[in-house]
Design a protein around this ligand. Sequence first.
Ligand code: PEP
Ligand code: MN
Length: 336
Amino acid sequence: MLIVMESGADENKIQKIVNFIKDKGFDAHVSKGEDHTVIGAVGRKVIDKRDIELLEGVQEVIRISSPYKLVSRVFKQSDTVIDVNGVKIGGGHVGMIAGPCSVESYDQMDITASKLSSCGVKILRGGAFKPRTSPYAFQGLGEEGLKILREVADKYSMAVTSEVMEVSQIPMFLEYVDILQVGARNMQNFNLLKHLGEIRKPVLLKRGLSSTIEEWLMSAEYIMSGGNREVILCERGIRTFEHMTRNTLDISAIPVVQKISHLPILVDPSHATGLRDKVAPMSKAAIAAGADGLIIEVHHSPETALCDGAQSLYPEDFRVLFDDLKVLAKVVNKKF
Ligand code: PEP
Ligand code: MN
């Protein structure tokens, strides 16, 4: 951290700042320029920079080290590759996850999974506990939904992911799912994240509705600091002033995250756009931009879906997209 003193700040003021940061456990390196004195605070302690900004004689405080450690490429240079029952995600491997928004019945999951599996999809999605804006909307089948998801996935030799909403559900999820999904609305549920740090299964961490990339990476840091090193990030669109799409897909988050972090990053074009006809173009854009995979909503009968039918692809459309993506992946040097 660099502390820039006001022009003409005297020795007394400089010394007070030096003493303050030393008391907080930092080393202080003072550099006197013609106009300004700059104090470099070096150390591994955490300090709120506003506490220094408020001190007398301080003009500006510039943070130069990142607040995340374990998620960063400084900690681990090579891409993290996560293996989900033999399916690799990250480090040049594209992971494809597809399925309906919610598990509605055995037959619904069976029809969808059989079609997806015949395309080559190896990870099935389906919500059993749904975070709905309205308490009157379909809330999911609960544990029954997880059982159906597992049973159907086993029938087609697929892995599964589903959203866990609270700490008390974690043991139940460990029984049924291969990847525990943290939804956008829970990205900063720090208690949940801490508990997910204690498990040894991959966590798919969605970006919060209005979260910055730094906040998102800090949430990943919560999970990793608990000892769980298998975090998959997922960009699912953020809230902006634009209303033509459900959210605004931040494609630039892909290269931004990949420069800072070794963790794989997926894109969810379904929740990002909220509209079926926008899913294929955004999926292609994401793979072209270097995403490590996609999570796409597919329903055998979107018109009758209990949740997110408008953004769900028909299985036939998904097949066409999947084949296109295979071609595209080769162009950007990714293995499907
Ligand atoms: C979902 O994947 O079903 C979901 C609710 O997504 P998000 O948390 O990104 O809104
Ligand atoms: Mn959904």
